[in-house]
Design a protein around this ligand. Structure first.
Ligand code: V0V
Ligand code: CO
Length: 149
């Protein structure tokens, strides 16, 4: 079902500060940035590698409000790993198969994700405490820039 780790989502208070830290420390490049109102985040994707059906990234997430998923996470747990996202060939198909196994889906249908992807989340309590995201990457990925932004 999973082709690769698409990204690790990291919750932070200050996106610009963490972009500077991660790009300088690990020599990574920001390839896309987006404000996603539906998910309540301002986010940046730092490219690590290309893989089957899409790339691998670190996703830095700053909340748009305290009531958003990332805002609540920061208040409760502080900065750190917020979710792990796996690349799948067909997100609707993966959602269907996983739901049949008794895992709660947090989305009834795929949502808009970074770089034109389609995404869905699984309840962390049903997956060993890990907030899990399914990603069907857009091919080719959209709004990607191979420059530091
Ligand atoms: C909450 N919990 C977590 C968690 N957030 N566990 C692991 N990882 C997390 N990130 C735990 C929490 O400690 C509670 O455990 C339990 O889950 C239920 O929490 P809750 O009180 O219902 O908490 P809420 O209201 O904060 O909701 C949590 C969920 C929410 C996961 C349901 O954050 C959600 O719907 N997330 C999906 C959307 C999302 O995260 N969007 C931002 C990324 P105890 O205390 O009861 O033991 S957007 C993104 O990645 C994009 C756009 C992209 O990739 O392209
Ligand atoms: Co994500």
């Amino acid at each position: 079902m999973f082709m690769r780790i698409d990204h690790i989502g990291i919750a932070c208070h200050d996106l610009e500060e963490k972009i500077e830290l991660f790009s300088r420390t690990f020599e990574l490049t920001v390839v896309a940035r987006e404000v996603n109102e539906e998910q309540g985040v301002k986010e940046a994707m730092l490219h690590i590698a290309d893989g089957e059906g899409g790339g691998s990234y670190i996703q830095l997430l700053e909340p748009l409000s305290e009531e958003s998923p990332v805002g609540k996470f920061l208040a409760r747990r502080g900065e750190g790993v917020h979710h792990v996202a796996f690349g799948v060939p067909d997100v609707a198909d993966a959602m269907h198969k996983i739901k049949e196994k008794g895992v709660r889906l947090l989305d009834e249908r795929p949502r808009h994700g970074s770089m034109g992807s389609e995404i869905a989340f699984l309840h962390p309590k049903d997956v060993g405490g890990m907030l899990t995201e399914l990603v069907q990457a857009a091919t080719p990925p959209q709004n990607v820039k191979k420059v530091h932004m």
